[in-house]
Design a protein around this ligand. Structure first.
Ligand code: ADP
Ligand code: MG
Length: 259
């Protein structure tokens, strides 16, 4: 196979330096829906809290190697990637060890590009690679944004949603300038939308006004089922297939497919 017609994964980081805004939920469920639609998908867990790992049904205490080994020790990712219980969906699991990576990488060679270099080896194996980022703009997050072409930003339909977006955009501009000129803001996703409140509608309108076509058409509703699913280690498609949240992530996956 020539370079041109061998499949090369679309690479996407789900990022927002704020915690609790729906990054992991979005990474898991987008990855799962795309896998369910027949694409080969890798979910990379780059958060020491390992929520994406547990959320997809893998116990981080039981994994022998993790993103830590890949990013800090240069271990080949193919030795660390494991299959999930879901067809076409693999995970590069996280481990609490990763909490020390930020510090350990400070003196490492090519410290911003460790993940990018590692993922080069696996890009031809997958159709999509999602990196679930930690809530920070530190070195690990820099690694994520240097390793991907697209950024996906979940935005909580809450009062402070827009706060921090300016900082995130400046950060993206710095990465584009110094580390990854291919990087683009792919989509902003309105999540935790509560149709009973005016606030959700107002925030959604404001975000669409400011970011126009960058905002995904599909909106993810606030859903108790979605909050419950991770504790069962299942994506929403499996946990509550008929819920509006499952349908929303399904439609969002279709929107990503068609770009
Ligand atoms: P992050 O990765 O940005 O920290 P999470 O995806 O872990 O955010 O979400 C934070 C919390 O909110 C989790 O408990 C999660 O289950 C819950 N949550 C995420 N999305 C929704 C939603 N659409 N409706 C209700 N709860 C949600
Ligand atoms: Mg998270």
């Amino acid at each position: 196979m020539t370079e041109e017609n061998s499949p090369v994964a679309r690479t996407l980081a789900v990022a927002n330096q704020k915690g609790g805004v729906g990054k992991t939920t979005t990474a898991i469920n987008l990855a799962d829906c795309l896998a369910n639609r027949g694409h080969r998908v890798l979910l990379v867990d780059l958060d020491p809290q390992a929520n994406a790992t547990t959320g997809i049904g893998v116990d981080p205490r039981g994994v022998s190697s993790s993103t830590y080994d890949v990013v800090v020790d240069g271990k080949p990712p193919l030795d660390c990637i494991i299959p999930t219980a879901y067809e076409n969906l693999w995970v590069l699991p996280s481990h609490l060890d990763l909490a020390g990576a930020e510090l350990e990488l400070q003196s490492a060679f090519n410290r911003e590009r460790r993940l990018e270099i590692a993922l080069r080896d696996v890009r031809s194996e997958f159709d999509y690679i999602f990196v679930d980022c930690l809530p920070s703009l530190g070195l690990l997050a820099v690694n994520a944004l240097t390793a991907v072409k697209e950024i996906v930003v979940p935005i909580q339909c809450e009062y402070y949603a827009l706060e921090g977006l300016m900082q995130l955009r400046m950060h993206i501009a710095q990465i584009q300038r110094y580390l990854n000129s291919d990087l683009e803001l792919s989509k902003m996703i309105l999540v935790m939308y509560d149709r009973r409140t005016n606030l959700s509608a107002q925030v959604a309108e404001e975000v669409r006004l400011q970011f126009g076509g960058k905002v995904a058409r599909v909106v993810i509703p606030r859903s108790v089922r979605l909050a419950e699913a991770p504790s069962h280690g299942t994506p929403i498609r499996v946990f509550s297939p008929r819920s509006t949240a499952a349908l929303a992530y399904q439609l969002l996956a279709e929107e990503f497919e068609s770009r």
